[in-house]
Design a protein. Structure first.
Length: 170
């Protein structure tokens, strides 16, 4: 699903999303902002969730690129394809996987963790053609099996989803 150009664009947009998280992490007042009418999480907890999601998935992508023999276990569900094509995740429809749930917000270490995350994302740049060609998959609990390129697209969509929530928090 998609072209190498889309994979490159998803990579660029993900890096931009990580940069926006880094800007948020530099503003403690903003990180602590919350609005229960919008979300049960503060801005900082949304950023923490994005860091957890991105770190795990970018680590998995890196491992798959280092194992070119990995094969596919299936494809996206109908809903998964819709998310990838539309670039939109409906709000309040699904619960984040346990491993990505934010814990206590550590404001002091968050900027450093985001710098490391930025480096991990940047390191994929030269490997995007290999990433795009990989047919290995990992399952999302609702959206089905995604290839590394599809996960990269999902990370971009996921960032934009949480950035909209953060904007609505105020």
């Amino acid at each position: 699903m998609g072209s190498l150009a889309r994979t490159v664009r998803s990579h660029e947009q993900l890096i931009a999303g990580i940069e926006r998280c880094r800007e948020l992490a530099a503003d403690e007042t903003r990180l602590l902002a919350s609005n229960d009418a919008v979300s049960g999480w503060s801005v900082g907890l949304h950023v923490e969730h994005l860091w957890r999601s991105d770190s795990g998935l970018l680590g998995w992508i890196q491992k798959r690129l280092d194992d070119p023999a990995a094969t596919s276990d299936g494809g996206p569900t109908r809903t998964g394809r819709a998310v990838l094509v539309s670039g939109w995740i409906p709000r309040g429809r699904a619960k984040a996987p346990e491993r990505t749930l934010p814990e206590t917000l550590d404001i002091e270490s968050l900027p450093e963790r985001l710098v490391e995350l930025h480096g991990l994302a940047e390191a994929l740049g030269p490997r995007l053609p290999n990433l795009h060609e990989s047919r290995a998959t990992m399952e999302h609990p609702i959206l089905g099996h995604f290839t590394p390129a599809q996960w990269l697209r999902f990370l971009d969509v996921h960032h934009r989803h949480h950035e909209k929530i953060i904007r609505d928090i105020g």
